[in-house]
Design a protein around this ligand. Structure first.
Ligand SMILES: [Fe+2]
Length: 504
């Protein structure tokens, strides 16, 4: 392994920190690395695994104003690239305006999600509720050859070179970038090269939806009127439609009027699923009513005759009660534990002729953070690759492959004390079927104080990793990830090896 430290960031976090989401498997990193020709500790990197796995991470640098929530951490991107049976690694902080301003100030300037905005030292800021830092730490996709990081409370899209992770500034879309910002979970349709996105906020119409074309031009932007401020986190799409949601879990209106942001579940209200043509306007949205729940993540949607089939994770208990078990942090962050929220893969069928929605639970297993072979995005899919969770905590302890056609599940559980991240499905070069490829994830190993990149055969997940590759240091646990094939990346084909690929 050829390793170089590219930079270090000064952290002002206390040495005796006891916050569980800033210590242990969530210990943030301060070092930015370049590592080429990574050491393969077991197995062999397949020669037809070709491209990059990118993962975002909440990686705080400063203490919170009062109360840290793990979604407040600054964005850090990790990339592991594969080519010719070799791998390279880079990690970089996302150079957000907020990170740079706090570096200048030497401490926190914005209150996080568990604090009132009025506690922010700065009057300005970003986010659906305002006066927050846009940490760009939630999601990452690759669109038009550029990695885009995003923030769940809406903000800018930060552009990074997907090989070097060099800062390429923010998406401007020729001056058309919406003032309302963009939410995490933009969607890239690999068949058209389009980027679909939404945003949300506290001012009417409360939501917008838009389309950016393959040439990075904003070609569509429309209002999506809602009954009030809502907290959508994800969207879905089919070949012809975009699917947005109005789940009955939102900021309590009376508290909102007093500047407090407390979300509450309303089991008396339906979940509403909004279907509109991908270039359609507000008048064309059709709303379907479904059982009340909150859906953090969808897996995919596709058209099936008169129906739209939508798969995602239904929460059996979107508002888990304090069971009095565990310490204050475990109780405070019970909303992050997928076993407490009872998240299960679920299918909604939206009939465009009758206007009715039918739905069914697809499994008893509790999983979330499901991904698929992205070339099946918006098309009929069969497989979803999801994570299993550590009881009571926001940590992943394994992977589950759901076959939504047969209901079969394949599971791989990590050893005790080893945690994974959202996987990505990397189709094999020349793939001939949906699951012809590899599953890639990163681990945080508290037993051995190290991190690895694990590669699985997507069709044989239960067999365990076919290769394990060592990273230069133990990285923080993190969540959303994506895969971009080498063929989709500008400059990739001109490079001789992963090591030279990053010096373009
Ligand atoms: Fe998410």
């Amino acid at each position: 392994m050829d390793v170089e430290i590219l930079g270090r960031v000064l952290s002002t976090l206390p040495g005796d920190d006891d916050h569980p989401y800033r210590t242990g498997p969530w210990r943030p990193q301060t070092t930015e690395w370049r590592a080429d020709d990574l050491t393969v500790v077991a197995g062999e990197i397949p020669a037809d695994l070709d491209g990059v796995y990118l993962r975002n991470t909440e990686n705080p640098v400063h203490p919170a104003v009062e109360r840290y929530h793990p979604f407040d951490g600054d964005g850090m991107i990790h990339v592991v690239g594969f080519r010719d049976g070799k791998a390279f690694y880079r990690n970089r902080f996302v150079r957000t305006d907020g990170l740079l301003a706090e570096r200048e100030a030497g401490g926190p300037l914005w209150a996080g999600i568990a604090e009132r905005p009025s506690k922010s030292p700065r009057q300005d800021g970003w986010g659906a509720r305002g006066r927050m830092k846009d940490a760009s730490s939630t999601d990452v996709v690759v669109h038009a050859g550029t990695a885009l990081t995003s923030f769940y409370q809406c903000g800018d899209l930060y552009r990074l070179d997907p090989l070097t992770l060099d800062d390429l500034g923010k998406s401007g879309w020729g001056g058309a970038f919406p003032a309302e910002g963009v939410s995490a979970h933009t969607k890239v349709d690999e068949h058209t090269g389009e980027l679909l996105f939404f945003n949300y906020g506290t001012a009417a119409p409360y939501m917008h939806y838009g389309v950016v074309d393959a040439d990075n031009r904003l070609v569509h932007y429309t209002e999506v009127p809602l009954p009030g401020p809502r907290l959508p986190h994800d969207m879905a799409f089919t070949e012809n439609y975009a699917i947005l949601n109005d789940c009955p879990l939102f900021w309590e209106p009376e508290l909102l009027a007093k500047g407090a942001y407390a979300s509450r579940f309303h089991p008396e209200l339906p979940t509403r699923l909004g279907v509109l043509p991908r270039r359609g306007g507000a008048a064309e949205i059709r709303w379907f009513e479904a059982a009340p729940t909150y859906v953090l993540h969808w897996v995919n949607a596709y058209e099936d005759g008169d129906e739209i089939v939508l798969d995602g994770f239904f929460q059996g208990d979107p508002e888990p009660k304090d069971d009095g078990f565990g310490d204050k942090y475990r109780r405070m962050f019970r909303f992050l534990a997928i076993d407490r929220m009872q998240t299960r893969l679920h299918r909604w069928r939206l009939n465009l002729v009758t206007g009715r929605c039918t739905e069914e639970q697809l499994t008893d297993s509790i999983t979330e953070f499901g991904v698929l072979n992205n070339s099946f995005g918006g098309r009929r899919h069969r497989y979803a690759y999801a994570t299993s969770g550590v009881e009571g905590w926001f940590l992943f302890n394994g992977l589950v492959r759901h076959d939504v056609l047969t209901g079969a599940e394949e599971r791989f559980t990590l050893p005790e004390g080893v945690y994974g991240s959202e996987p990505a499905m990397a189709p094999r070069v020349g793939a001939t079927s949906e699951d012809d490829g590899y599953i890639v994830t990163l681990t945080t190993d508290m037993n051995e104080d190290l991190s690895e990149c694990l590669i699985f055969d997507a069709a044989r997940l239960a067999d365990g990793p076919i290769a394990r590759v060592r990273l230069p240091e133990r990285i923080s646990s993190g969540t959303h990830a994506t895969w971009a094939s080498g063929a989709s990346l500008p400059g990739w084909s001109d490079a001789e090896s992963p090591a030279t690929a990053v010096d373009l």
